[in-house]
Design a protein around this ligand. Sequence first.
Ligand code: NI
Length: 257
Amino acid sequence: MIFDTHAHYNDSRFDSDRDELLSSMNAGGVGLIMNACSNLDEIPDIIAMCEKYPFMYGAVGIHPEDAAGAGSDYLYRLREYAKHPKIKAIGEIGLDYYWTTETKAEQQRILGEQVDLARELGLPVIIHDREAHKDCLDILRAHRADECGGVFHCYSGSAEMVREITDGLGMYIAFGGSLTFKNAKKPREAAMAVPSDKLLIETDCPYMTPVPYRGKRNSSLYLTEVVNMLAQLRGMAPEEIERITEENGRRLFKISA
Ligand code: NI
């Protein structure tokens, strides 16, 4: 069974067929989905989906691109929303120096505050790190992210950095469609370096569609392409990749069978 540990099914690109698509997940081999969150406005829709679909869980958090609009009461509101039994993580949070460099200071401040919140609530963090590896690791260490745990989603760092995350911080690493891209030498090397008990898979759908579906809207049903690539890279059967990544995801997000 596949556990998609990072999706955005509240995205408007699913408005026309969301129910039909999500209803087809179990038949398509997808057994669990973690829906990530970018800002406070998205949370009511995410919670409604989690209540409708037994296999869907959610996260709450402010994405670095939304850092400037967080508002002074954002931590209070995240804390309230996080009381919902199907909210299992704080995320996605992090640093993005690729799209938004002018808000670096804001991004760093709300990342640290949200890691503190995750520790207070005993929830893991979902980390978005784009072109900001050093600052991201520094903040996670300073705010003791090893105490709440979490995952680096859509990992774009090096194979060398893997151990700093898995051993140093005890965190997990997730790979998605970008692993199947033609020029994906660096992520493939990183995917081979991740210990088996720290490996996760994700779509980041509707984005990051794997080969050979690039150009189409992504969905959890395409994750078999990522599973097959990981199986090939690590010399394991696809069923084994599905099994260990599901187990790892359940352990990280504290979702029992
Ligand atoms: Ni995402």
